[in-house]
Design a protein. Structure first.
Length: 176
């Protein structure tokens, strides 16, 4: 199974240090939408693992989060693709959950859903916590320069991390 797992904010849509609190604030990275559709059409299953501490912080509710993900699905479907399982961590940094990245709980949930091993599966993120979550379960850590990627790049990366400009470059690499 060709499985690719993506972080959301900063990879699929533009991120904000003020959180993405409304559907109107959820602005897709256009080339990322096209990349997801291209990967899907090429037989890849594209899943999403996203920290959403804004829920625990009371910045937005689950209905708002779901509306963002419905919009994502619509945009990809308009280009003939589909988005797979989207898993989010609703907890805050001090809640001690098992799903908030850098913990790998969401990645493990995705692997269980699809009945596959995570070993070598590419997990694409813009933050160090994404890379560390990948390493915790033997995924291939992949950093994009979009979102917080340049900030993440300003510090040493885990050995073996792959770096791409954006998700479109990753799709070009995987589909050849
Ligand atoms: O990149 P993903 O995992 O899809 O989502 C990140 C968001 O949940 C938010 O995560 C927050 O981190 P804290 O949760 O406050 O540490 C901040 O980095 C926000 O800027 C960001 O929008
Ligand atoms: Mg992110
Ligand atoms: Zn959690």
């Amino acid at each position: 199974m060709k499985l690719l797992i993506l972080d959301r904010d900063g990879v699929i849509n533009h991120d904000s240090d003020a959180y993405i609190k409304t559907l109107d604030e959820w602005l897709p990275i256009d080339s990322s939408i096209a990349a997801i559709a291209r990967l899907s059409r090429a037989g890849w299953t594209v899943a999403v693992a996203t920290n959403q501490s804004g829920l625990a912080r009371g910045y937005y509710d689950l209905a708002t989060l779901d509306s963002m993900h419905a919009r994502l699905r619509e945009l990809v479907a308009e280009q003939g693709g589909e988005v797979g399982l989207i898993v989010h961590c609703p907890h805050g940094p001090n809640d001690g959950c098992d799903c908030r990245k850098p913990k790998p709980g969401m990645l493990q949930q995705i692997a269980t859903h699809y009945g596959v091993s995570l070993s070598g599966v590419w997990f694409v993120g813009d933050s160090r916590s994404d890379l560390d979550a990948a390493l915790a379960v033997d995924c291939q850590p992949v950093l994009v320069r979009t979102g917080k990627g340049e900030r993440t790049l300003s510090m040493p990366l885990p050995a073996g991390t792959l770096v791409f400009d954006d998700l479109a470059a990753i799709a070009a690499q995987l589909i050849h």
